[in-house]
Each structure stands twice: as structure tokens, then as C-alpha cells.
Design a protein around this ligand. Sequence first.
Ligand code: ZN
Length: 197
Amino acid sequence: MLNNSQADWYHLDVMDGRFVPNISFGPMLIQFFRKATNKTCDVHLMIEEPERYAEAFQQAGADIITVHAEACTHLHRNIQQLKSLGVKAGVALNPHTPVSVIGEVIRDIDLVCLMSVNPGFGGQQFIPHTLIKIRELRELINSSGSNAHIEIDGGVTLQNAPSIVAAGADVLVAGNTVFKAADPVATIAQLKKVVAA
Ligand code: ZN
């Protein structure tokens, strides 16, 4: 399905049962996902101490690795580690974390993932305040000369996607919207149309 769809990336949520209450999967399964497709493998680490596992995820085939600012005491060091591994470096922010937290590293990263729900479970409602954060982040990126993508993760639907893109986001993560749809491939195509519009 993924290979036959217009999806550019696939987004994998790794959960450790500590940073978030849920547990999902680790590098071993990602290795197998990787064999099934050549699409960009976007790995979102919702885990404590991501520096301990970053290399294992790179080895498993991740193209992009995103760590949570809240899980990194030495975020700059975490970013340098990801770059030294040869993957694109992303930083994720929980709903309560201000955009200003990444002001000093915005030029060093390839992606900012704004959580538009509290991380840990699928099927949650989009938090409307995220739109304000997207605009703020778009300003920060444009004024700093950063090339970072703005990725929105959580509660993205066909209905709210246009306003998310209009606010300045350019990567939409869709879980339930795609996988609960009767026709996931057609739903991805509809989302792509919204992003391209
Ligand atoms: Zn995610």
C-alpha cells in the first residue's frame, strides 16, 4: 500500500514506556519495514536517552531521526551525534514546549516536529494552539535562514490539513486519517493535493 501511494515518507513512532506511557517497537522491526520500501524512513524517537540508541536506529535504516527536546539535556550534542551518523536531524516539541527552546539550534537541524497532540497514543484530537506555534516557527526558520521542515504530528485530518499548511507546515504526519480510511491510498492522494495547493 505504501509503495503504491503518493506518500513521500513513512513516519515511525518509537515509544519506550518511559518518555511516553506506551511501548511500540525498536530498531529490529524498523529493519524489516526498511526492506519493504525505499521511501524515506522518518523515525520519531519518543524515548529517554535517545543518544544511547541513535546509532542502532541509523543502522536499522532511518533516513531522518527526530529526538524530543524534553528528553535531551544536551540537545546540541544530540543533534551533532545525529549529523555524525549521516542521518537528517530532527527535534520534536511537545505541546507545552515553546518554539523558542530551539532558537539556538534551528540552523543545525533539518526538521522540527511539532506535536499537535500529547505523544504516546494515536487517535487524538488536534490541539488548535499548534497553529500559533507553526506560525511562530515559520518566522523563526525564515528569519534565521534555516532550511528545516515543519512537521506536524497528531490529529491531522483532511479537514484541518489546509489550515495547518497555510500556517506554514510542510510535512504532515497522518496516522488514523490514513489507516482508518476505507481507501488509504486515495486518502494520501487527497492529503497530497492539500499540501501542494
Ligand atoms: Zn510521531
